[in-house]
Design a protein around this ligand. Sequence first.
Ligand code: NAD
Ligand code: WQD
Length: 341
Amino acid sequence: MKKIVVTGGLGYIGSHTVVALQLAGFEVVIIDNLSNSSLDVLQGIETISGIKPQFEELDLRDKPATISFFKKHLTIEGIIHFAASKAVGESVTNPLLYYENNLSTLITILQQIQHKKQISFIFSSSCTVYGQAEKMPISENAPIQQAFSPYGNTKQIGEEILQDTAQIANGLQVISLRYFNPIGAHASTEIGELPNGVPQNLVPFITQTAIGLRKELAVFGNDYPTEDGTCIRDYIHVVDLAEAHVIALKRLLDKKHETSFEVFNIGTGKGSSVLEVIESFERVSQQKLNYKIIDRREGDVISAYADTTKANTILGWKATSTLDEAMLSAWKWEQKIRKTN
Ligand code: NAD
Ligand code: WQD
């Protein structure tokens, strides 16, 4: 069994990917410091896959502990690196937290693995690196824009660090996956998104409003140059996204990659407006959502959806879930967690 380390493996995307890896026959070791997740997730993973993953509670900012971890796990063949801080607004008020947690950790890990004969590395990047792209859909060749936030900057710099390191470290092969907007939860409702405090992202805000935790959803602007005036995004089901990691990892392990650093957009290829997301929610939940239109949110791009040709043809991955399916899974998850908590 090939042994894969998943950093941030108890988090939202990490936990779904751990399940996908286990079901694909990999042995998984999770690293997480529980800063944005809980130990209960381990049970959820085990309930779905029937396999309890190995877990090391470890803060990747703790360099000696991270070095010890990699000394103990010499036989690992791959790393999927999710661990990071991800709140865009917080990154503006506390940039050093973001540069430290998202970049110093990456550097420490690379220092431990750069001399290995063969090691595959998958990086969690983001469509945020494109900023407001000129052309839709956005292909991987679209220019990287000046980052709007320190968070976005950590993804750009993270990719550069990886590209430079893969250039000189012969055994290191990297795929950077640029996620569009992950939403939804596992169909079992055993794992899903657990936002800390007031959600900043659209879908958890919708489901929390519908369940009665929030009074109403504020829609940030309806005067954008789009069909209904609200912003367009590419919402991808987290289970499809998780599967992309397994496929990318296999590409590296099977030595199918063309260069030591490759980039793929991971989205559905379809743009949906904020109002379309609300309509989808109302359709699948069969209830009206309380919302009002307010001013634009600073920093929002008008439109961002992926050209997925490269992921479809070269990686051999394609999103399979519809927006309605993803919204229904998010709604079922919200109902489940409020019932049990
Ligand atoms: P998440 O917060 O749910 O998961 C991250 C996990 O990493 C958490 O369990 C947290 O406890 C852990 N972690 C954070 N810092 C750590 C540290 N120093 N040491 C050990 N563990 C640490 O986030 P997510 O939504 O699952 O995102 C995963 C990755 O994908 C992140 O790198 C994020 O930037 C990236 N990403 C997320 C989105 C999104 O919308 N969710 C979009 C694009 C990219
Ligand atoms: C989606 C749409 C909002 C909340 C963020 C990060 C980005 C990436 C994904 C990690 C926008 C609108 C939202 C609300 C609203 N993460 N909205 N009311 O802005 O595309 O990207 O998450 O890499 O870096 O910036 O996602 O879910 O915040 O917003 O009207 O209460 O919903 O204006 O149009 P976004 P989002």
